[in-house]
Design a protein around this ligand. Structure first.
Ligand code: GLA
Length: 390
């Protein structure tokens, strides 16, 4: 459990006055539906019970002062003139979100902000989306702005596109804003509608961080996205009114796949099949069919590994180990890939044995220490503290 009182005390000590609000936004794990969000497709993530926290107090000027406990670093900027910082990436998430709100003609006051998080960074659990959404929501609270969760998610995504430089989809920000305790959300990334599906009581979701993170992940990601856009451009003359790979079916690819270059066809094949798997997975989980759900997760991993080519050896090792471990229904890499984590669906009464086997197996196969997280589906962004004063 994160201790809010420590954040409160640290804020008071650093800024010389107490915070008036504390907001939190969760990290996420995606059960299935990978690299589908920027193709207008379907995703099926759940919010974690781990979050990024922002303690805040409004100021009477246009200055934003920020202290990050995790980075032991501070930032200061003027709301009238927000620019990217070329040296320090973490400050761009905050600056980008403030700029995005102002660009929507939402007037902001300056603020003192202190940020902390218990979402592991670099694990593929979207600590960055948690930061963006928590900061955006904090500005909402301090300035009495009402935004729908969907709008807040779009502002946060915009910050990532323009200030951070990754052309991410909407999944991470949307689940950070709208997550529901005890549920995964089947999200349609075209119209942002969603359906909560309860996680069955007899199942546990286990996240294993490979400990590997590739530096080129951002540029590889943007390349995959460009490949998907090229596929749509090349299929359009044959298929007519398609806007995104979401509009393409497996049968279309069987007929017109020859129109795509050999490096693009597998990308399209992954996205088209992953959308079909994601819809089937939400049905399976809703029906309590954990075996079926597990099979779809494994098929997703194979497709990400062989067709989309975003897995790495350590993630494949984790999936192999999981599938041989007690009580495992299915396992796959989760998030953008090129390192990060796997997600496994495990029988609740086998979860301790599963964790033990994973820790030993990973140490033997790679020499790395594994710290599996048994996750509970948490709620989306919220205010967790409000003082009497405005
Ligand atoms: C990253 C992005 C998401 C999504 C996943 C892959 O997490 O931020 O928008 O595209 O990769 O599914």
């Amino acid at each position: 459990m994160y201790e809010l009182s420590k954040l409160y005390a640290a804020f008071e000590q650093y800024f010389g006055h107490p915070p008036t609000r504390i907001a939190r936004a969760p990290g996420r794990v995606n059960l299935i539906g990978e690299h589908t969000d920027y193709n207008d497709g379907f995703v099926f993530p759940m919010a974690l019970d781990r979050a990024t926290y922002v303690a805040a107090r409004p100021r009477n000027d246009q200055i934003v002062r920020v202290f990050s406990i995790k980075f032991r670093d501070e930032d200061q900027f003027d709301l009238q003139q927000i620019v990217r910082d070329e040296r320090r990436q973490w400050v761009n998430y905050i600056r980008g979100v403030a700029k995005g709100l102002l660009a929507r003609d939402l007037p902001l006051r300056g603020a003192d902000l202190m940020i902390d998080s218990d979402v592991p960074a670099g694990s593929g659990l979207s600590s960055s989306a948690a930061l963006e959404v928590a900061v955006g929501y904090t500005f909402q609270l301090l300035n009495n702005i009402n935004l729908l969760g969907e709008e807040l998610a779009l502002v946060a995504q915009g910050a990532e596109h323009t200030f951070v430089g990754v052309k991410c989809g909407i999944m991470d920000q949307l689940i950070a804003a709208l997550g529901e305790a005890g549920h995964a959300l089947l999200i349609d990334c075209r119209d942002l509608s969603y359906r909560p599906v309860p996680i069955p009581a007899e199942a546990r979701v286990v996240v294993c961080d490979s400990g590997v993170r590739h530096r080129l992940a951002g540029s590889e990601y943007n390349q995959r996205r460009a490949g998907c856009e090229e596929a749509v451009r090349l299929l359009k003359p044959a298929l007519g009114k398609i806007q995104a790979l979401r509009d393409v079916r497996s049968s279309d690819l069987a007929t017109y796949g020859h129109l795509l270059p050999p490096d693009v066809l597998p990308l399209a094949r992954h996205v088209v099949s992953e959308n079909e798997r994601t819809l089937a997975a939400a049905e399976a989980l809703a029906a309590g069919d954990l075996v079926k759900m597990g099979q779809l997760m494994v098929a997703s991993h194979v497709s990400l590994r062989d067709d989309y080519r975003v897995s790495v050896r350590e993630l494949d090792t984790l999936v192999d180990l999981a599938l041989a471990a007690p009580g495992c229904f299915g396992s796959r890499m989760t998030g953008g890939g090129f390192g990060g984590s796997t997600v496994s669906l495990v029988a609740a009464d086998h979860v301790d044995a599963f964790v033990a086997v994973m820790v030993d197996g990973y140490a033997i196969r790679t020499g790395r220490k594994l710290q599996p997280l048994v996750c509970t589906a948490g709620a989306g962004v919220s205010c967790v503290y409000a003082s009497e004063e405005e």
